[in-house]
Design a protein around this ligand. Sequence first.
Ligand code: ATP
Ligand code: MG
Length: 455
Amino acid sequence: MSENKKSEKIVGVKGMNDILPADAPLWELFENTVQTVLKSYGFQQIRTPIVEPTALFARGLGEVTDIVEKEMYSFTDSMNGDQLTLRPESTAGVVRAALEHNLTYDGPKRLWYQGPMFRHERPQRGRYRQFHQVGAEAVGFTGPDIDAELIMLCQRLWDDLGLDNIRLELNSIGDAEERHRHRADLVSYFEQHRDLLDADAQRRLYSNPLRILDTKNPTMQEMVNAAPKLLDYLGPESRAHFEGVQNILRHSNIPFTINPRLVRGMDYYNRTVFEWVTDQLGSQGTVCGGGRYDPLVEMFGGKPTPACGFAMGVERLLELMKASGEQYAPNQCDAYLVHQGEAAQLQAFVLAERLRDAGLDVVLHCASANTGGSFKAQMKRADASGAAFAVIFGEDEVANGTATVKTLRSDDPANNQQTVGFDAVVDYLVDQIVSGGEQDHGHDHDHAGHVHYKH
Ligand code: ATP
Ligand code: MG
């Protein structure tokens, strides 16, 4: 390797983002809220591998979907020749796992997941090549009740996240036979308007005409609006199911609009489909999509098992949270321990552990390449850490069996330093933090010493 190559900077993959420490508190707030809400509806978390056999997606999502046609990161395992894919979504993997482990042997299951997904798309605002989803899959439920519950769960999550600009669009795409009849009429309608179809639509005319309804091309809107509506083809059972969902939502005061053109990208959906959309994110305004996918388990070789779920785009929701001015605590700690000399360092280690035992977040000064060990340099670090207090051990403190506690976020600089006996420091700091410093401090400690972000 040449010298030149060695020192060349390696940068991350295009469209795949680093989530930096400054954003971590927002992610944590989101993830904690998600976890709490899902748990409150009885959903249990499932974690499946990021890599799955390519066949899982080809079979599960359908060969002529955007994802399978052009967005998958697929590769051959060089060790054994297996065809593998980085998961572009998680429904297929969760259903595979549910089947493989016979999770529904004793009844239906409410499952949820979170994690990175991979799609080779053109990176832009709200559209990345590695992005994150939170999703829920309710496997083994037949009625409209679970569809409505999944939607209500989302509404509660938006409320808890402080998001009030997300609206619900709802549709039913019926069952396979109903779609078949609609499709025949749709294709002949599009054939009559062939001159208006763009290249994408031409390509899909016979392979996936339903998808044409989902076009974002403005010159096709009028023609598409007047196309035969799937809703008009629903039989009594599909109609009753759709009515059932709407009844529960109306009764629960969840507003929605019916969008007869709403379809989902994957082949496995039937009956209820829904999307949560916002006008605040430009053209990438869909923050969550879901629906019923009764045929999928059977497509994977399982017994017929109805199911329903959704997936939400975490990056898009976080952008909304930022736009809504949601407050969240920046990275910070309770105390930064400053020390000078070997004996002081050993004392600092002992105290740091005691403070952590009491539930406090503590940063102990450690040697580093760019910070000198001087008292002044350490105090600068303490300030930068966002800590509420510095606890200082110098020669005097060690000799006297004390520590100096300095308030770093005080309005009253004259009265900000206190000498405290070594064994009293823990109680003193816990007292200070529980009683006073919270306003500047940004988080509370409960009795168990857990930290809650204020928002
Ligand atoms: P779109 O029409 O925007 O491509 P989609 O129908 O492909 O969305 P789904 O497969 O339903 O999206 O995924 C559910 C959610 O995941 C989307 O509503 C969106 O919020 C998010 N999402 C999908 N693709 C991306 C991506 N490339 N980057 C960021 N978020 C995404
Ligand atoms: Mg897409």
